[in-house]
Write a protein that binds this ligand. Structure first.
Ligand code: HEC
Length: 108
């Protein structure tokens, strides 16, 4: 049934267009902090921020870390690197999303 087939692909194209426009409309939403953390940080800092990464065992984002750091210093460490921490080239929006994710999940 050619008519039905045409309808199906049109509906599919429309759904795809909606999905794409939603994803592209707001970069802050597309740049999910959790996704960025898990992709760019967890390897070294651990999924839970406990410092038990797959490739490193380092200091956790614990009480001492939160006492010594605020949004600005964490952002600086990310984009400039700090000591053995390599600079991670994130956009300001991505950096903000990661910092918010860390505060929401690792700050006790
Ligand atoms: C290649 C491994 C690696 C990756 C990837 C990495 N880090 Fe680090 N990070 C380190 C090391 C090593 C340190 C120094 C910690 C230590 O010596 O205990 C550090 C330190 C830091 C510090 C400063 C800690 C302090 O006490 O001042 C922050 C903040 C930080 N990392 C955040 C991040 C975030 C956020 C990401 C992801 C965007 C990330 N790191 C990705 C290895 C890494």
């Amino acid at each position: 049934m050619p008519a039905r087939k045409t309808f199906g692909s049109t509906a599919f194209a429309a759904a795809l267009a909606i999905l794409l426009s939603t994803a592209l409309a707001d970069p802050a939403v597309a740049q999910d902090g959790k996704q960025i953390y898990n992709n760019r940080c967890a390897l070294c800092h651990g999924t839970d921020g406990d410092g038990k990464g797959i490739i490193m065992q380092i200091a956790p984002f614990g009480a001492d870390f939160w006492k010594a750091n605020d949004d600005a210093s964490i952002s600086k460490a990310i984009v400039e690197g700090k000591g053995r921490m390599p600079a991670i080239p994130l956009s300001p929006e991505e950096t903000k999303a990661v910092v918010e994710y860390m505060k929401a999940n690792f700050k006790k």
